[in-house]
Design a protein around this ligand. Structure first.
Ligand code: PLP
Length: 453
């Protein structure tokens, strides 16, 4: 007999510790049990169909139920389910995937170091850039500059690179040698303030921090091309070129966290391509397998790889699952699908512009003070009085009210403070975008109604 929803919820509550969850609050209502997915929809154990506006957690880029990925996993498991790359050994899918990723990333890059997640990838770069500078005889160049409100993972290094104060408060973070500057959040600029000028100003905070720390102590700067979990913060177009200029000026390594932006989400294989940045290292995860199986890694630029390989000796770093053959086989099948269906181009030319158009129309809603999109990520800023630029009282948690209505209307949309965000599967059609936007409008109306009561 299959378990009933309440039996599953009881087991969940008794034994399953959820990531980023208030368990007391969860126990009161019971977890929603997700049982299956197809296309851009998921279903819960009560048979409710839900439009997944978040691609799981920014990852199910080709949508659910893709047989090609399942078949690739099964085929590889039958032949070689696992082997490591530690004993001067390698495996075919890992080599093929590294080659494929380098071709997609471009000629600035030469190697890929695999792990299983975005957090591991960001841990890897902390050790890698420090090893790089030590190999070059500059071990004092160890400080990494990141940004406030950024999310780079949950491990000690990932959470330290991240700039989430709530995460730092638990566990005495950041670890030494990681410092933060403000994010380039331009929403709320006065109408006569120039966005491009703000982009230059915000990048200038990096230079200020470099001078404060001492240029000879700074190893690298890390940032997402578009900050995702921080609330879909899309920088002005002047920001990244200026960041690049500053990194070049001081010889600092530039790292782009492409965990969300990579593999097509912004309408290019890597988001940094569109931003005018030329990172020395890129971290990735999520979209590389469309979340069907855990895989992440670091794309290593020639500048770093040549030093590590020619002079660095053994880099004492790696994971049991680095280059896992099944994960790499699934990634190859996923990249095949993305290419065959032209998803990157579709996001750039068709679905991305359509999403932008629809979100611009949502900005007319009385609750919405601003709407921003880039490729297949989008955010709405909710405000109490958009004409007076008056924010809601934080304690009201208006985002959570709206999220509750999304749940009730069969839509997954994420709340980050007062910002409501979506990152739908790249395989979503224009008609499905229309359906999602129709639901968002209903949820905004329901939120407005509740606030009036
Ligand atoms: N970096 C970014 C930009 C992310 O959004 C995330 C996860 O959401 C991570 C890193 C961490 O990835 P993972 O959860 O696979 O460890």
């Amino acid at each position: 007999m299959p378990l009933t929803t309440s039996e599953i919820q009881a087991l969940d509550s008794a034994h399953y510790m959820h990531p980023f969850t208030d368990h007391k609050a969860l126990a009161e209502k019971g977890a929603r049990v997700i049982t299956r997915g197809e296309g851009v929809y998921i279903w819960d154990s009560e048979g409710n169909k839900i439009l997944d506006g978040m691609s799981g957690l920014w990852c199910v880029n080709v949508g659910y139920g893709r047989k090609e990925l399942v078949e690739a996993a099964v085929k590889q498991m039958e032949v070689l389910p696992y082997y490591n790359s530690f004993f001067q050994t390698t495996n075919v899918p890992a080599v093929q995937l590294a080659d494929r990723i380098i071709k997609l990333a471009g000629e600035r890059y030469s190697h890929v170091l695999f792990g299983s997640s975005g957090s591991e990838s960001n841990d890897t770069i902390v050790r890698m850039v420090r090893h790089y500078w030590t190999t070059l005889g500059q071990p004092e160049r160890s400080v990494i500059i990141s940004r406030k409100n950024a999310y780079h993972g949950s491990t000690m290094c990932g959470a330290s690179l991240g700039g989430m104060s709530g995460m730092h408060a638990q566990g005495g973070l950041p670890i030494p040698g990681i410092v933060h500057i403000e994010q380039p959040y331009h929403f709320g600029l006065a109408p006569d303030q120039d966005k491009d000028a703000f982009g230059i100003e915000a990048a200038g905070w990096l230079e200020q921090k470099i001078l404060e720390v001492g240029a000879d102590k700074v190893a690298a700067f890390i940032g997402e091309p578009v900050q995702g979990a921080g609330g879909v913060i899309i920088p002005p177009k002047t920001y990244w070129p200026e960041i690049q200029r500053i990194c070049d000026k001081y010889g600092i390594l530039l790292i782009c966290d492409e965990v969300i932006c990579g593999f097509g989400r912004l309408g290019a294989w890597f988001g940094s391509e569109l931003m005018g940045a030329k990172p020395d290292l890129m971290t990735f995860a999520k979209g590389v397998t469309s979340g069907y199986i855990p895989l992440g890694g670091v794309v290593v630029g020639k500048r770093v790889a040549e030093v590590l390989i020619e002079k660095g000796g053994e880099f004492n770093h790696g994971y049991t699952y680095s280059g896992h053959p099944v994960a790499c086989a699934v990634a190859l099948a996923n990249l095949d699908l993305i290419e065959k269906e032209g998803l990157v181009e579709r996001v750039r030319d068709e679905t991305g512009p359509h999403l932008a158009h629809c979100f611009a129309a949502l900005a007319e809603h009385p609750l919405v003070a601003g709407a921003e999109t880039f490729g297949m990520v989008a955010g709405l800023v909710l405000m109490k009085d958009k004409h007076q630029h008056l924010a809601f009282d934080e304690d009201l948690e208006v985002g959570m009210i709206c999220r509750k209505h999304c749940f009730a209307h069969g839509l997954i949309m994420r709340a980050v403070g007062d910002r409501m965000i979506v990152a739908p599967p790249l395989a979503m059609t224009k008609e499905q975008i229309d359906e999602m936007v129709r639901l968002i409008r209903l949820c905004l109306d329901a939120t407005l109604q509740e606030l009036k009561e």
